[in-house]
Ligand binder design. Structure first.
Ligand code: N01
Length: 544
């Protein structure tokens, strides 16, 4: 294994740099991958199309963007006590700029940037079976070869652009929330249309409405959203977390979702309606993801429990939104919590403003855009700005956009035509020495993502060390182990109501995408499974 990079002629006109590992992506996952592999003594190069670290947190700088997970100080790296000791989180639900500041601090502290090539898009990655190495070609003309290819490309990174007649003719400003400009965007005096009411739309609409002349919300699916209950992190809480960091990390490792909280194990129907209502009211007032932590354990498995919470939340919408017709349009009709839980800051309240109009696209669909308006069935809405909060080709989209070519030149697009075949959410048969962080088949978006990345990367690092000790050059899973894993993932998903709702978890938001639930639902169990696989000599993999 090489430990330094050497520029050598590529044999095709340009020069080629050689590394032990190439990492694609410099977000939470890629940054840790770099640190970890470098600590192991490997030569590593990271490529990222952005001009700074942060990945999704570098791009998603739309107004209102903030962590919508249990939050500070547990949405962060756990591997270094020093990092924890030196960083103060100000808010429970840190906003985008705070998370990006943290990642920049980590990059400085660990001196990561010297091994990251920014503004460099990996355009091609292919495996050479005779050399047992990957070659990557980049947008800057730079070419590199490496034994290992680590794809830290992001589960929520490839934007989903709506294909609506005339949208490209729209002549006003147009921004996707997942590619928000770095320059300030002013809404003042503008008529703004927002398409999309997922987390990005629901976080940004209240902020845009505070400034814009008028906001037209173009809603395809009404959503359940919970008050985010954001508040400052008290200095004494920060100190307490620091003092007991080891205990907290141990709890995070032991928990199903990677956060150090004890989940309520009580079932909803074991309580009386009065007890349920009292608990839900308290959780609503407190805000945050407490409906997931302190709410009942059977909301996503029992239709009756689910209906009860959904009705409670629909009553809240009726209570908050003054115009009954608007409230009717905002009423979600899917199983609650079977789309990603959303945390908001005054979303439903925003529809009480005079400058906000809700268009229900199910009743009044978009017909087309003109250079200065959006035309729905009921008429024309003149606009100056269009905000696309239309989400991502999530989980598998960024891997498919990279479209690596494995053994025999087979592309991932060919391999993943019908399903996202993978083993343990980490690797794909026919693509030796290629590893995914937060790929399909992993707990990815259902787990504390920074911690999940650390744990997957530690596992990959151990596998690489094991190969080194045994003199192995290449590893890949068998197709049989992929098939078995696919069944394990499906069985977990189908024990819940989650696959029954259209969502980005099921791929239903992207036309033509294989429609099935591709996330492994038990994060805690997952890490035990992959650890057991390693203990059994990497069962399900073949080595060369
Ligand atoms: O994307 P989404 P998102 N015409 O897919 C609609 C994470 N996140 O960016 O539901 C009309 O949830 C689509 O409608 P429908 C978080 O995990 C994190 O909001 O498909 N509408 C939906 O309303 C989140 O869950 C943070 O019918 C169209 C919306 O667009 C995930 O990212 C912040 C349409 C897309 O919602 C994705 O959230 C933000 C069309 N052609 C996001 N196409 C933080 O933690 C799509 N829609 C900071």
């Amino acid at each position: 294994m090489e430990t330094t990079s050497k520029a050598q002629p590529s044999g095709e006109g340009g020069s080629i740099e050689h590394y032990d590992a190439v990492i694609i992506g410099a977000g939470f996952s890629g940054m840790y991958a770099l640190h970890h592999l470098r600590e192991m003594g490997l030569s590593v190069r990271v490529y990222d199309g952005a001009s700074g670290v942060g990945g999704t947190w570098w791009y998603n700088r739309y107004p209102g963007a903030r962590v919508d997970a249990p939050g500070s100080p547990f949405y962060c790296y756990t591997f270094s006590e020093e990092l924890m000791k030196e960083w103060d989180w100000a808010e429970l639900q840190a906003d985008q700029s705070a998370v990006l500041d943290y990642l920049e601090f980590v990059a400085d502290r660990l001196d990561l940037r010297r091994d990251i090539q920014f503004e460099t898009w990996v355009q091609d990655a292919r495996y050479d079976e005779s050399l047992q190495r990957w070659t990557v070609d980049t947008s800057t003309g730079l070419r590199a070869s490496a034994q290992f290819l680590i794809c830290a490309v992001g589960a929520l990174s490839t934007t989903n652009m709506p294909d609506i007649p005339g949208i490209l003719d729209f002549a006003g400003e147009c921004y996707h929330t997942g590619r928000w400009p770095h320059e300030p965007v002013s809404f003042q005096g503008k008529r703004v249309a927002v398409i999309g009411t997922g987390s990005s739309g629901i976080q940004s609409i209240p902020e845009i409405a505070k400034e814009a002349d008028h906001v037209t919300v173009l809603q395809r699916t009404p959503q359940f959203t919970f008050p985010c209950g954001n508040r400052p992190v008290k200095p004494e809480d920060m100190s307490e977390a620091r003092e007991n960091w080891d205990t907290y990390v141990a709890k995070m490792y032991a928990s199903p979702a990677g956060f150090p909280f004890d989940m309520n194990v009580r079932k909803a129907l074991d309580d009386t309606p009065e007890q349920r209502r009292a608990l839900y009211e308290a959780l609503w007032q407190r805000g945050g993801v407490d409906f997931l932590i302190d709410g009942y354990s059977d909301i996503t498995t029992s239709e009756e429990a689910n209906a009860w919470l959904a009705d409670f939340c629909r009553d809240k919408i009726r209570e908050i939104v003054r115009d009954p017709e608007t409230a009717r349009k905002l009423m979600p009709d899917h199983f609650i919590l079977t789309k990603r839980a959303i945390l908001d800051s005054g979303y439903y309240e925003t529809f009480n403003r005079d400058n906000v109009t809700l268009v229900d696209l199910r009743e009044d669909p978009i017909e087309r855009f003109t250079p200065a308006s959006v035309i729905t069935r009921s008429g024309e809405h003149p606009i100056d700005m269009l905000v696309l909060a239309t989400g991502f080709d999530a989980i598998s989209g960024s891997m498919l956009r990279l479209n690596p070519k494995g053994r025999g030149g087979e592309s991932l697009k060919e391999r993943w035509q019908d399903r996202f075949h993978n083993y343990l959410g980490l690797s794909v048969a026919g693509f030796p020495n290629m590893f995914m962080i937060h790929g399909p088949g992993s707990p990815g978006v259902f787990y504390n993502m920074p911690l999940g990345a650390e744990r997957q990367m530690n596992w990959i690092g151990n596998l690489i060390s094991d190969m080194k000790e045994r003199g192995m050059r290449a590893v890949e899973p068998t197709t049989e182990s992929e098939e078995k894993w696919d069944n394990v993932v499906a069985e977990k998903a189908h024990s819940t109501l989650l696959p029954r709702t259209d969502s980005w978890w099921t791929g239903a938001n992207v036309p033509g995408k294989p429609r099935y639930f591709s996330v492994y639902l038990d994060g805690g169990g997952y890490h035990q499974i992959i650890s057991d696989v390693a203990t059994k000599g990497y069962e399900g993999f073949v080595f060369k």
